[in-house]
Design a binder for this molecule. Structure first.
Ligand code: PGA
Length: 251
């Protein structure tokens, strides 16, 4: 399985800077056998697409999406709208949305199903917070989050989703989860996927996110069961993200 590397700019880079980032990143030497994507703010999708031209690397991703195709949902963006930009992936359920906007497992499940239906791969983000880990509840919490989020997905031959394990305490903290601890949680996640999708679950990538940088990325991508990374802070500089992409090349 090819590794998947997703840059998550979060709330950085409007259209002007987005175009610059894409152009600079396109000058990087990129490995062929890694799938590379960049999750940009909605308002920067058009600029990112324009700067990409016909190029398909990095694949465009959105950072969120609504669950209906159209209707009286002021301020929301539908999967079909994202598709118009050639968006290939869409983050759903990022912990910053769960905590800042009160996104629930139920909402995440509806979003993931709608995104898949539109032909976009949902990258479903899950992860326990610090208190939950201290209490020894991490696996239980993550298992429940994954079970809920994949409830509406269909096994339609293609990988129906990717899962990003992002322990909340590791995001933006400079305190990454060790590759061995991440591996353990990825096994828990794989168990849930296997139960729902059977053999087709083998196509689903389970990636790690949380303070991934140039010093630690190779540890993750060389650990069995970790199929790539979701990178926030370390992706803001296109050259740095280029470095990460090269480091993610298992060859
Ligand atoms: P970080 O963010 O790499 O800055 O920790 C990861 C994420 O939230 O996607």
């Amino acid at each position: 399985m090819k590794k998947l590397l997703v840059a998550n700019w979060k709330m950085h880079y409007g259209p002007i800077k987005a175009g610059g980032w894409i152009r600079a990143f396109r000058r990087e030497r990129l490995p062929k056998d890694v799938d590379i994507s960049v999750a940009v703010p909605f308002v920067s999708l058009a600029a990112a697409r324009a700067s990409l031209g016909r190029a398909s690397i990095p694949a465009l991703a959105a950072q969120d999406c609504f669950w209906s195709e159209d209707g009286a949902y002021t301020g929301e963006i539908s999967p079909g709208m994202l598709k118009e930009f050639g968006t290939e992936y869409c983050l759903v359920g990022h912990s910053e949305r769960r905590s800042n906007l009160g996104e629930t497992d139920e909402m995440v499940a509806k979003k993931a199903a709608a995104v898949q239906k539109a032909g976009i791969v949902p990258v479903i983000c899950v992860g326990e917070n610090e208190a939950q880990r201290k209490k020894g509840d991490a696996s239980k919490i993550v298992r429940a989050q994954v079970q809920a989020a994949i409830g509406g997905l269909k096994a339609d031959g293609r990988a129906p989703a990717a899962i990003a394990y992002e322990p909340v305490w590791a995001i933006g903290s400079g305190r990454p989860c060790s590759a061995q601890d991440a591996k353990q949680m990825h096994e828990v996640i794989r168990g849930v996927l296997l139960k729902k999708f059977g053999k087709a679950s083998e196509e689903i990538r389970v990636i790690y996110g949380g303070s991934v940088d140039v010093r630690n990325i190779s540890e993750y991508v060389t650990t069995t069961g970790i199929d790539g990374c979701l990178v926030g802070g370390a992706s803001l500089d296109p050259r740095n993200f280029g470095l990460l992409c090269r480091a993610a090349n298992p060859a």
